[in-house]
Structures are given as structure tokens and as C-alpha cells.
Design a protein around this ligand. Structure first.
Ligand code: ADE
Length: 255
């Protein structure tokens, strides 16, 4: 069973619509959709926003549904200069940019597990890289999203980037926030609000996972408007094709 999480309905609604759902369960005020997509058994849920919400949801997926792998799909604010709205970022590792117990413990390190970074699964990442890059290179996005909508966000040929994603319980839209993130984590590609919490839970339970984010905004003064328009118009389409293409090619045990 594969666990799939998005933070908000706009990140997963299109996947729910295509899933063959056999059952739904409400646990801890969240609705879990259980069924198949691309003939792969999966359970899908939106966690709501933030690290606590994401951690609760991830723990439930592991404890109640015994998932063997987890994929997080959603949007993020681009931090590195060359990352544009419509690009996709695949996390090789994640960190919680707002977590800091210095000077009691080393800066930005999660105490007692002695980790600043959590690493995603190389096998899942390989499948995700192959699928997403061939999709983007083939300009397939133009078949799924209208030229009007692509033009609104100036999306032409989106790129796939791989590297560090940081998470925190803040929407990033001010220069000061970006400077602090880059000061503490200079290699940051983008920022969001759940991935590194999912990563910590998966690390502690030893569940292979990956986090894939489409860039909805540039974490700047127009981020609020860009984010809202992007989740209204675009994010569902990316989420659906990313998840479908990965599931088609994922190696799972029959269940
Ligand atoms: N998710 C999408 N855009 C974001 C931003 N600018 N800050 C935090 N999370 C986000």
C-alpha cells in the first residue's frame, strides 16, 4: 500500500477523482481515501497545512494503513533564483528551517536524533526523475493546461530540479524570511510547510518516502496572489500526472 499526501484539497482533488475508491475512513478528523490508481493499491489524504498536521497524517498512514512507501505532492515557493513558477522540485533531502534549539544543541539540528537533514528514497526518486523529466521535456504540460493559464504564470518549458527543500510553519513572502533561510540553508531550492515533518516521521519509522513540489510562487511580495491563483488553476493537474506516472512505474509488493 502506497501512502499519498497533499496538504490541501487543491493538491489532491484530481487524484481522488481518478482513483478507484473502495473505502473511505475518517481518523483524527481527516478523510483517508483507500483504493487503486494505475492498479496500485494506495491510500490518499490531504493533511491540512503545517508540520504538525503533516506529522499526524503521516503517522496515521504508517500505523493504521501500514503503508510501505509514501509520496508527498504539493506546491512550494521558489527560493533559488533560477527556479520558476511551474518548475518541479524533487527533494533529495529536507530540513525544518524554523527548528532551532541552539545553543543547547547544534544549530538547526533535531535534538536526540542528531539530524539536520532527512534524505528521500533513491529508488522512488529515480522513478520520479525519469517520469517527470520525460513528461516535461515532451512539453506535455501544454496538452493538459490551457495556453491562457500557462501564459498567466509565464510557464513555457518547466524544469525539474533536485536538491534541498526546507519546511516551516510560515508562508514565505518577505525578503527577511528568504535571507534567514538562505543564511541557515544556503543550498535551499524551495520552501513549503510540511515536507520535512513528513520526512522526520518517515525516518523514525523507516518508511521510504519522497517529496515532490511544483513551484506556485517565488516566495516574494506577490506570493500570496500567485499561490492562490496557482492552486485554483494549475496545481491539481501537476499533482495528478506526477502521481499517475510514478505509480505506473513504481515497484511494489502485491497487496
Ligand atoms: N507553499 C507554496 N508557496 C509557499 C510559500 N511561499 N511559503 C511557504 N509555503 C509555500
Amino acid at each position: 500500500m502506497i501512502g499519498i499526501i497533499g496538504a490541501i484539497p487543491e493538491e489532491v482533488n484530481a487524484i481522488i477523482a481518478e482513483m478507484q475508491i473502495s473505502e473511505t475512513r475518517i481518523i483524527g478528523d481527516r478523510k483517508y481515501y483507500i483504493g487503486h490508481l494505475e492498479n496500485v493499491a494506495c491510500v490518499l489524504v490531504f493533511s491540512r497545512i503545517g508540520k504538525v498536521a503533516a506529522a499526524i497524517t503521516t503517522t496515521t498512514l504508517i500505523q493504521e494503513f501500514k503503508i510501505s512507501k509514501l509520496i508527498f505532492t504539493g506546491v512550494a515557493g521558489g527560493i533559488r533564483k533560477d527556479i520558476k513558477v511551474g518548475d518541479v522540485v524533487l527533494a533529495t533531502h529536507l530540513a525544518q528551517h524554523d527548528f532551532d534549539v541552539f545553543p543547547l544543541y547544534p544549530k538547526n539540528e533535531i535534538p536526540l536524533i542528531n539530524k539536520k537533514y532527512f534524505t528521500t528514497d533513491t529508488e522512488l526518486n529515480q522513478t520520479a526523475t525519469n517520469e517527470i523529466s520525460s513528461f516535461l521535456e515532451a512539453k506535455n504540460i501544454h496538452n493538459y493546461i490551457s495556453e491562457n493559464d500557462l501564459n498567466e504564470f509565464k510557464i513555457q518549458i518547466p524544469n525539474l530540479h533536485q536538491g534541498l527543500i526546507v519546511s516551516g510553519d510560515q508562508f514565505i513572502y518577505q525578503k527577511e524570511q528568504v535571507s534567514k533561510i538562505l543564511n541557515d540553508f544556503p543550498e535551499t531550492l524551495c520552501a513549503e510547510m510540511e515536507g520535512a515533518a513528513v520526512a522526520q516521521v518517515c525516518y523514525e519509522y523507516q518508511i521510504p518516502f519522497t517529496v515532490i513540489r511544483t513551484i506556485s510562487d517565488n516566495a516574494n511580495e506577490t506570493a500570496t496572489i500567485d499561490f492562490k491563483r496557482f492552486i485554483e488553476k494549475i496545481s491539481n493537474t501537476y499533482g495528478l500526472w506526477i502521481i499517475k506516472h510514478i505509480l505506473k512505474n513504481i515497484k511494489t509488493l502485491p497487496n
